[in-house]
Design a protein around this ligand. Sequence first.
Ligand code: AMP
Ligand code: ZN
Length: 106
Amino acid sequence: MSVHSDENCIFCKIASGKIPSKKIAENDEVIAFHDIAPKAPVHFLVLPKTHVTDIMAMDAKLMGACLAMIQSIAGFRVINNCGANAGQTVMHAHFHVISGKMLGFE
Ligand code: AMP
Ligand code: ZN
């Protein structure tokens, strides 16, 4: 599969190995690495290696590839911020996976 990269995107640079990350898992389409500013004892990000701005731009296959990687890990809450109004700050689609403490829903 071909990976489209945006030279100004920090997650593209992580996905291609140009900047380091604490990587958890990786396959041809998807990468998972620890969030640099964890909001829970366990907090990592799962994203497609190809540059897509948000989940609205992801097709079902890519969505499935991300969720399959999340599914292989277990015990978690999944969050996606889609668009600036929803709090998305890095404009490369990603799922937050958080765990490791009792989670409220406020
Ligand atoms: P969002 O607000 O949904 O766009 O989340 C972006 C997330 O990316 C935040 O939780 C940041 O802490 C995280 N983040 C930003 N830069 C890096 C980085 N270089 N390595 C790992 N996580 C990062
Ligand atoms: Zn990107």
